[in-house]
Structures are given as C-alpha cells and as structure tokens.
Ligand binder design. Sequence first.
Ligand code: HEC
Length: 134
Amino acid sequence: MKTFPVFALLLASLAGHAETPQQIGATYGAEAAAQQAGFTPSARRGEILFRQRFAHNDKMPACTSCHTDNPLHAGQHVVTGKTIRPLAVATNGERFSDPAKVEKWFGRNCREVVGRACTPAEKADFVAYMTEVR
Ligand code: HEC
C-alpha cells in the first residue's frame, strides 16, 4: 500500500507536468482567493458559465456550441466539424491533467466565446464542474 503514492509520484514526474484535476482546480482557486477573500470554487457557478450565452461571437455563443449541452458526451467543433472528446473527467480521464494544455484552451476559448480572458475564479468554478459532473 505504501508503494502506491510513490509510484504515482514517479509516473507524474515522468509525464512532465501531469497533475490531477483537483490540483489544477486548487491552483486556480488559490489565485482567485488571493483576489477575493473567502473564495471557494463552485461547480454550480461553473455549470452556469458552461451554459451561458455570450453576445460576442455569433458562430460560437457558448461553450456548449462545441462541447454540447452535456459535458459527459463528445462534442463537435462548430467550424471544423471535428469530434471533441468529452470535457467531463467522469467520461474522459485525461481532462484537467496538463496545466499548460488547460491554460492554452481556457485562453483560446474564453477569448473567442466570452470576448476576454476568463478570471481565475471562473476557471476554478469550471474545473470544479467538470470534475464533479456525473
Ligand atoms: C469553437 C469550439 C469550442 C468552443 C466554443 C469551446 N471550446 Fe473548449 N475546446 C475546444 C477544442 C477544439 C479543445 C481541444 C481539443 C480537446 O482537448 O479535445 C477544447 C478544449 C478545452 C479545454 C481543455 C481541457 C483539458 O484539460 O483538456 C478547456 C478547459 C476548454 N476547452 C474550455 C472551454 C470553455 C470554458 C469554453 C467556453 C467559454 C469553451 N471551451 C468553448 C473547442 C471549443
């Protein structure tokens, strides 16, 4: 039993910057708490962000435009038609495990859909929702 965490750590270091969704969520949560005392991530607010329609981009008004209404299911890119694997950790164990990848896609998708960068609080909420949704 004692060998398991050591093995997990070794695997994590071999994979580069692999982290768990909980670690990635906690990092955004800490960043948000530094700006707003008492902040705690909320899966409920994350879901609201996921479903919210923004007036910024007619082609992709919401995160659901590509990721569909159900994050447990595969999505489809509105422009290229390419399949996108589910965002939810429950049905896609690779999600929220690579901090650089998570930052890259929050950057691109928030800019395109919301019209600005997402805040650390929004990212913490979104990760909480995708980690908890069943
Ligand atoms: C135009 C289509 C499109 C829209 C709209 C979109 N996404 Fe995505 N998203 C993608 C694609 C493509 C990827 C990368 C391919 C993949 O990881 O399966 C991705 C990946 C992600 C990831 C990476 C997660 C990980 O760990 O792998 C996050 C986070 C993300 N999107 C958040 C959002 C948020 C937040 C919104 C709404 C503000 C949004 N997306 C809207 C297409 C989209």
